[in-house]
Every structure is written in structure tokens, then in C-alpha cells.
Design a protein around this ligand. Sequence first.
Ligand SMILES: Cc1cc2nc3c(=O)[nH]c(=O)nc-3n(C[C@H](O)[C@H](O)[C@H](O)COP(=O)(O)OP(=O)(O)OC[C@H]3O[C@@H](n4cnc5c(N)ncnc54)[C@H](O)[C@@H]3O)c2cc1C
Length: 463
Amino acid sequence: MSTVNGGISFWYGQEGAPAPREPLPGDTTADVCIVGGGYTGLWTAYYLKKAVPFLNITVLEAKFCGYGASGRNGGWLYNGIAGRARYAKLHGHEAAVRLQQAMNATVEEVLDVCETEKIEADQHRGGVLEVALSPAQLSRLKDFHATEAAFGETDRELYGARETADRIRVTGAVGSSWTPHGARLHPMKLVKGLAAAVEALGVTIHESTPVTEIRPKHAITPYGTVRAPYVLRCTEGFTASLAGQRRTWLPMNSSMIATEPLSDAQWESIGWAGRETLGDMAHAYMYAQRTADGRIALGGRGVPYRYGSKTDNDGRTQPQTIEALREILVRFFPQLAGVRVDHAWSGVLGVPRDWCATVTLDRSTGLGWAGGYVGSGVATANLAARTLRDLIQQDSGQSGPTDLTALPWVNHKVRKWEPEPLRWLAVQTMYAAFRGADRRELTGHSAETDRVATLADKVAGRH
Ligand SMILES: Cc1cc2nc3c(=O)[nH]c(=O)nc-3n(C[C@H](O)[C@H](O)[C@H](O)COP(=O)(O)OP(=O)(O)OC[C@H]3O[C@@H](n4cnc5c(N)ncnc54)[C@H](O)[C@@H]3O)c2cc1C
């Protein structure tokens, strides 16, 4: 069997989408119109409808629920949030600690709702293990570990080479950091379960309905316009395709492969009994999970960005990216050199100019949005959704400010990305620098982070 390339994702290939939902039949009205049927849109519909059952909520989805990153990701439900360091600088350490605590609680919240709503998404609460593979990665790992502890994660554990191998035998791993605030899940099963739960509550979902433009109180599609006091943009990596949003969030590509199911003997040689999600400390980092059916699904950057903010070919992935991911797999686990790669795919996530996730409700227009999660959106989308619920309730006079509306990422403003070709050049240069730095760090003995990578981070506005 050869590798399936694209086809949305391995998760979609396994699960498929439910029966297609009807497109928007014509002009209509709603109390809240949500654009985008990924985690952000669906969680927002869920929490709003739970809070105010009589609300008339319409979700408009260009393709089908889970077509975007929510149906393609690595299935790391974890407590990372993009931009925490900057929020600490802007709003103080204590505000950033509150944001982190909210993220820790969000991992629990998603797992709890899955239980309440009987969403079976292969969720396994094994935490997150991040490994270091070189002296430079190890010193970054120690800094990272100390920083997380300073933001209140006192239950994080730092391991040496032997303790790391007791969990997962990654060749060349010299240490690791483990947090309990993470779980593995099957991304598409979560989307499907969530969409079904939302519909059961009485939310209307229209699929095959692309919104071409969002204006205050209007979501415009080729089939008609939805008029609503609140219109929420939940399109993350696809945002650039909406009128007026070309330079808002950069669509960053992430690519994945899934192996064939491994044999018991192969699993025996690897360990990984705890089913932690697995990452490394490279600049162009990798992420992986042990799937419920005994495969390794592993991702990394691949071709990071397409000229002109182009997004999608239904997940088709360049052969050199598939090969590069396979090389990482075999570098980590040399005994898997002959293992078949069953599926390769890609997707886009949204990157704001300052790399900070945001959730916003503009009270003067009723327009809201959430995203820019920069690769850690599985849990963050849930926190964003509950925050959008609170912001709308506050705006409509049904409640006052809440702990969530007071978090430092709420209503954060960020400048737009540069026009092309600068945008393309910046991302290409940054990732070329990261890859070069990773190579030098893996073959070198210095515990210092490669200077080119530090410079690239600064130029890109990441730190
Ligand atoms: C390969 C990959 C791996 C990742 N791994 C992880 C991970 O392991 N852990 C983690 O935390 N995060 C991960 N992420 C990021 C995470 O998946 C996303 O941040 C998150 O799913 C974003 O959810 P969303 O609902 O905001 O956007 P999406 O899931 O992208 O949903 C947006 C939806 O909007 C629809 N849409 C777009 N334009 C329009 C329009 N004009 N009109 C109507 N509908 C529209 C799309 O079809 C799509 O269904 C990964 C992302 C990728 C691509």
C-alpha cells in the first residue's frame, strides 16, 4: 500500500465527516452568526447555547465541520498558549499567570465536556513529554522548564536521560520535561462529537457555505446574507481569504505523517506506555502522538508558508516534506526504518504578526473573532469560546465582567503582516535559519542556542 497524500487528513480518512449539512438556503437572521465550523466556532456555539438556550445561533462553514486545522491537527490537547511572554510584558506577570491557570483548567474542561456529552475522541490523559536531543536543546529545555514553573506549573517534572527512556526510548534523548496538563485525542472525532452536541442543543449549522465578506451585523455568502447583531469570525488559518483580512493572520502550514500500526514488539522497543504527547526542543520542532490504534502520528513544519497567503489543496503535501518527517521518525526510533507511512497531510494555522493568540469582541460593531493560536489551538479554542460567550453576555447586559473577560489576551490589538513579497521572504528566511540552527545544534557540542536562530526569532517578532 502506498502513502495516501492529502485527502484532508488521516483522521478524516479514518472517520469521514457526518452526512453533509444543507447549505444556507437564502437570506435569514440570527442572534449570533458564527463563521467557521472548527473548534473555535463550534465551542462558541456550544457555550452560548448552553448559557442562553433561546438564542438563535447559525454556524456557516465553507466546506464541512473539521475541514480546517481542527480536523487535521496533532491531537495535543495541552495547556500551551501563544503569546504568554508578551502578555506578561504588557500586563504584568500575575496577569499571565492567570492566563496560564485558565489554560490548565481548559484541558480539564474539554475532557469534562467530552465525558458529559459522551464524545468518544480517543482522549487519553497522559500529559506532554518534551525531549532534548542535544546540549543546546537541553539547556533550552531547562530554561523552558524553569519558566513554566515560574508561571505556576509546579507539578511539571524534569527528567534525565534514563528517566526519559523509562517513558519513551527516543534515541539520543538527553533529558525531558513532562507536564500532566495534556491529553492525546483524535481531532476529527472531537469535531464530529462537538458538531453533533451543538446541533442537539438546537444550533443551526450550514455547510458548503463560504462567507465572502463579514461586515457589522452581516455575513455575506453566495447563497444569501445572515443578519445578526453579533457576527463571529472563527476562521483561523483561512482568515486571509475573507475580504479585507488578507494581512491579518498569516496562514502557516504544518504537515503530518501517520505510520502503519506498529507491532507489539515495536511498541515494546519504544515504550511510550503512558501515551504522552511527544515533542522536542528543536527550533523547527516536531510533535507526535501514539494513536489509539497503535500508530505514530508525527508532525512538523514542512513548507511553512505559500506565497500570497494561499491555503489549501485538501492537505496535499510535498514529497520532500513527507521524507523530512520520515527522517525525524527514524532519527527518533531507528528500529522503525522499514515502517510504512500510511498517510501524509498538511493544514494551516493562523499566525498574528506578534505571535499572540487573541479573543476579541468589538462592542461598537458586534464583530468578534478568536484565533492566532500559532499551533496550540486545540485547548485554546475552548478558552476563547467561553470568553466570547462571556463577552457577548456582558455586551448584551446579561452579565458583568468575568474572570475570563479580564484575561490579558482579551481585545488585544496587533498590527498587520507586511505585504508580499516581504511576508513570504520573512517566513522562508526564518525557517531556513531554524533548520540550519537545528542541524548545527544536533551535530555540535555547544550548550548555547545557535545565534542565527536567536536572531531569526527576533526578526520574526516571536520574542
Ligand atoms: C497539521 C496541524 C497540526 C496541529 N497540531 C496541533 C496540536 O497538536 N495541538 C494544538 O493545540 N494545536 C494544533 N494545531 C493548531 C490547531 O489545530 C488550530 O489552532 C485549531 O484547530 C484552530 O481551530 P479553529 O476552529 O480556530 O480553525 P479551523 O479548525 O481551521 O476552522 C476554521 C473553519 O472555518 C472554515 N472557513 C474558512 N473560511 C471560511 C469562510 N470564508 N466562510 C465559512 N467558513 C470558512 C474552514 O473550512 C474551517 O472549517 C495544529 C494545526 C495543524 C494545521
